[in-house]
Design a protein around this ligand. Structure first.
Ligand code: ACO
Length: 318
């Protein structure tokens, strides 16, 4: 027994920024960003807080699941960082929506949704929960150096949520961590301690893009192939491959290795940029809203991110 997803929601900030507008802040242009990444626009928070977005996504997921906050036994948020170091994003969001149950955050960077799904399966196996709310929320705009064109063009802000219950729709899940804190990291600030003896990096995202690129394409290929082999599925039997939306060229690279047509690899990176843990559940939400996902479809989710981490899940949709 694993889980079924019974309702999903999203929370997206109002302000949308085009590639052209980013050129007001750093030396870049639409042609470079579109051709190297596939990104055309992204949304960023102005008046919204991260827990506002997470609350909006959570309430919509509950409504779509036909449940209320009192039905939820466990609340997991996946995030690189909430609006506060503490309390957690799960607690600040729970406060806004009137949810009172066990609540904690998971930080597995862009792989956070897959990690949360695995934790939910564990709670169901222990018999400690019947309905679990999983909300992914990221405010990447506050984690970037807006003077660094290598990174600030890539990300956006948003949230996506789902309610899960015990079931057998998720047929496979596998998580890995391959620790490396050199190629992708966001240092924390050090406050005003007078005691630190060495200088630390500013609290912005640092990335060696080409190393991340190689890790992403390689891990997608290996982990998706392992999942299909375990389930005795051919790539042709998969209806949808929902890959982490970090870069359209990464998605194309993984697709070529799997030798599958482009139509099976939907994207939303062009609208939102890289939303870290939010990318995959938001893409799934949109596909359900658009009526693309049908009962019985086989869906592969493949995420990768800082850590380095990766997670793969396969659903037979119910
Ligand atoms: N606008 C214009 N020029 C730029 C920009 C920009 N925004 N950013 C970099 N350049 C320039 C560089 O300065 C460099 O110029 P130079 O040749 O004069 O030195 C040139 O473009 C090429 O830079 P590269 O870094 O080699 O470009 P590359 O083709 O590798 O693309 C990118 C960079 C898009 C980051 C790519 O490496 C990539 O997609 N990596 C994957 C990482 C990723 O997607 N990370 C997202 C977060 S991680 C995650 O979600 C797991």
């Amino acid at each position: 027994m694993s889980l079924n997803i019974i309702g999903m929601g999203k929370g997206i900030p109002k302000k949308q920024i085009t590639n052209g507008e980013i050129a007001n802040y750093v030396d870049t242009n639409d042609e470079w960003i579109t051709s190297r990444t596939g990104i055309q626009t992204r949304h960023v928070c102005t008046s919204e807080t991260l827990s506002d977005l997470a609350a909006t996504a959570s309430l919509e997921a509950l409504e779509n699941a036909k449940l209320t906050v009192s039905d939820i036994d466990l609340f997991i948020c996946a995030t690189i960082g909430g609006e506060l170091r503490t309390p957690s994003l799960s607690c600040t969001t729970a406060e806004k929506i009137g949810l009172k149950c066990t609540a904690f955050d998971i930080n597995a960077a862009c792989t956070g949704f897959a990690y949360a799904l695995e934790v939910a399966v564990g709670y169901f196996a222990m018999g400690k929960a019947k309905n679990i709310l999983i909300t992914c929320g990221e405010m990447m705009s506050t984690q970037l150096d807006w003077n660094d064109r290598n990174t600030c063009v890539l990300f956006g802000d948003g949230a996506a949520a789902c309610v899960v219950t015990p079931g057998d729709s998720m047929r496979y899940i596998s998580l890995i961590a391959s620790p490396d804190s050199t190629i992708l990291k966001i240092p924390v600030g050090t406050g005003n301690t007078p005691f630190l003896e060495s200088k630390v990096d500013e609290p912005y995202l640092y990335m060696q893009g080409q190393d991340v690129f190689k890790f992403a394409v390689g891990v997608c290929d290996i982990e998706v192939s392992k999942a299909l082999e375990t389930l005795d599925l051919a790539p042709e039997e998969v209806d949808w491959f929902l890959l982490h939306q970090a870069n359209k060229r990464i998605i194309d690279g993984a697709r070529r290795k799997l030798k599958q047509p482009e139509e099976k690899f939907p994207t939303n990176i062009e609208k939102y940029g890289n939303l870290s843990s939010v990318s995959i559940p938001l893409l799934l939400y949109e596909m359900i809203e658009e009526g693309k996902v049908k009962t019985g479809d086989t869906i592969v989710l493949s995420a990768f991110g800082a850590g380095m981490t990766a997670g793969t899940a396969v659903f037979k949709w119910q």
